[in-house]
Write a protein that binds this ligand. Structure first.
Ligand SMILES: [Zn+2]
Length: 260
């Protein structure tokens, strides 16, 4: 009787939490590690921008990327895209990759499953003008549950994370641009998380806007001198699918992937 009660009170909830949150959490960590390993082998640098578009920052960013002839991956929110469709039109027009980040940045651990699932569906629906229903999905805060995981798999989309957080949304003082860039270059590339939504305060160009622009510019400059190839996340995943280019531990993959 006591054992049954203990199972009901402790074991069942613990196993439910493990199935719903911990297993997807472990999957997310493993995916990020695999992504980092692949970037090192491919000498790849992927610039990604979440939570946009921002009416001010996104056009500034596009001008910078255009000047350097670099393509990036944007993960806009459905809600923001509806507010600033022109900015997202421009992102698409300039040939950058667009993927889904949900509708209103819903933390799937903190809301009921139904709400998290609705947010994903609404996100794809709001962004349908700019991307296919199977576009990559990056979960807000990087958090998934078993329910959101299955929902994305069901629509034949793919969940993607990042390997390096630039720290542009960190609480308190921003890190220095060079410390962020040094870490990424020393790691042999990676998938960098930045944000292109508009921050409030600080006049026309808040310090965090400038930080995003400076990290982007320095990464582009350092990539060129560090033999790193800048590509979109979709292109990186496509390379990974090609068997002949898969990293055979310490193969000559680096040479194969270098541009002529
Ligand atoms: Zn986000």
């Amino acid at each position: 009787m006591i054992v049954d009660l203990l199972i009901a009170l402790i074991l069942v909830p613990a196993m439910s939490i493990a199935a719903v949150i911990l297993v997807p959490f472990a999957y997310a960590k493993c995916s990020a590690l695999a992504l980092a390993r692949w970037c090192r082998h491919a000498r790849a640098l992927v610039l990604t921008y979440d939570d946009g578009p921002g009416e001010t920052l996104t056009p500034q960013l596009l001008a910078l990327l255009r000047r350097h002839q670099v393509k990036a991956t944007f993960f806009p929110l459905g809600r923001s895209a509806v507010q600033h469709p022109d900015a997202l039109d421009q992102v698409a027009k300039e040939g950058h990759e667009l993927a889904c980040h949900g509708n209103r940045h819903c933390h799937s651990w903190k809301v009921w499953p139904r709400e998290a699932l609705q947010d994903i569906e609404q996100g794809y629906a709001s962004l349908a003008r700019w991307m296919p229903a199977t576009a990559l999905f990056r979960p807000p805060y990087g958090k998934i549950t078993l329910f959101t995981w299955l929902a994305v798999v069901k629509r034949k989309a793919r969940i993607v994370w990042w390997t390096h957080d630039s720290g542009d949304t960190c609480a308190g003082t921003l890190p220095t641009v060079e410390s962020v860039v040094d870490g990424i270059i020393q790691d042999g590339g990676g998938v960098v998380l930045l944000h292109d939504f508009d921050r409030k305060g600080g006049g026309a160009n808040p310090p965090r806007h400038q930080f995003v622009l400076d990290v982007t510019r320095r990464l582009i400059e350092r990539a060129a001198s560090s033999d790193l190839k800048i590509m979109t996340l979709g292109d990186l995943l496509e390379l990974r699918r090609q068997p002949r280019l898969r990293p055979a531990r310490d193969s000559a993959l680096t040479n194969i992937l270098q541009p002529p």
